[in-house]
Write a protein that binds this ligand. Structure first.
Ligand SMILES: [Zn+2]
Ligand SMILES: [Zn+2]
Length: 137
């Protein structure tokens, strides 16, 4: 009975992590919750929120503090973010040239880098086209 329960907990954890991984949109906790319950509607909101909190404590996932104060979630997976000021979307940037500079700079400082918590601000392609279209005409 107990092991049955444990395996259900493990499955729920895996599902939560997989959904976050597959979404690739840096979801809010509510967006995560909506997506997870589409797959398994037996998972309660409290369970999801509790597990997310735990994953954050365990440094599996981390909170992105966005400009508009809404927390979004992401994996620890070395990359940089670009936050669009128009649509508030967060894009992932993988730039090995930048990463190499960071790794080389701190390699002798005996620190372990989990992520590059760097966010670039600006306007994405789509927003440049819609927001600034009238100015150009
Ligand atoms: Zn945009
Ligand atoms: Zn990201």
């Amino acid at each position: 009975m107990k092991s049955e329960r444990k395996s259900r907990n493990t499955k729920q954890k895996e599902l939560i992590l997989n959904v976050l991984k597959n979404m690739k949109t840096h979801p809010t906790i509510y967006e995560l919750y909506s997506e997870i319950t589409k797959i398994d509607n037996t998972i309660g909101q409290a369970t999801i929120y509790r597990n997310i909190k735990k994953f954050v404590e365990e440094q599996i996932i981390y909170v992105i503090k966005t400009r508009n104060g809404i927390d979004r979630y992401d994996y620890y997976n070395k990359h940089i973010h670009f936050e669009c000021l128009g649509c508030n979307k967060i894009y992932d940037i993988y730039d090995n040239e930048v990463f190499n500079v960071l790794e080389k700079r701190y390699i002798n400082d005996n620190i372990q880098i989990l992520n590059y918590n760097i966010t670039l601000d600006g306007y994405c392609n789509k927003c440049q086209n819609t927001l600034f279209k009238n100015n150009n005409n």
